[in-house]
Design a protein around this ligand. Sequence first.
Ligand code: HEC
Length: 201
Amino acid sequence: MHIISKAAIRPLVAVFALASVSTLAVQAQDAKKADPALANQLDPNAPEKDPKLIDKFAAVKVEDGKYQDGDGHPTFHITNDGKKFDWYAYSGYRRYHAECHVCHGPDAMGSTYAPALKDSLKTIGYEEFIGILAGGKRDSQAGQERVMPAFGDNKNVMCYADDLYVYLKARASGAMPRVRPTDKEEKPEAAKTAEKECLGG
Ligand code: HEC
């Protein structure tokens, strides 16, 4: 496990924050309509699909294998009748089941200890998600303390924050049912470069 100092991670978190602020600025000018060429091809039989959220999270552009929704935030892209996933959704699935599932349950279904992130991500936006991931959260009501650890110092989590967010959005909208993704888009060059820089820095 790579641990880096708080001082080192702060610029990283700042970069996340800046990146989302600049995309928010772009959002005002950009057309927010989903691009039909980027339409998802979902499993017609998948249960629990939420058409409103699927529409909200629909990709309006793609850059080197990374999809963006109308709010300028990373999103998923699913094709081949729900069988093929973009790289980030696939990677997020794997990271989630390495770092989060012990508390939040398999497939983001929740547990007696921690909330079902498939529900949380219906309302939690990108900035809030990154903030909770980096800084943690604690609920000490009703006598029992429940703690969401702060992962700001953990590169195995923070370097894949977008991947986790994309995966959890796919789960929250029901676009990705409870499946183990097999087919996926190739790992983008940008993902390889960003990973190297993030893990090595
Ligand atoms: C040690 C157990 C534990 C682990 C591991 C863990 N969490 Fe949590 N998480 C919690 C608890 C408990 C809460 C609820 C805290 C509260 O209500 O204040 C929580 C809350 C959250 C929330 C806010 C949910 C909401 O509805 O308010 C998000 C988002 C979240 N976790 C994401 C993650 C992600 C992503 C990972 C993996 C990188 C992860 N967590 C790993 C225990 C954990």
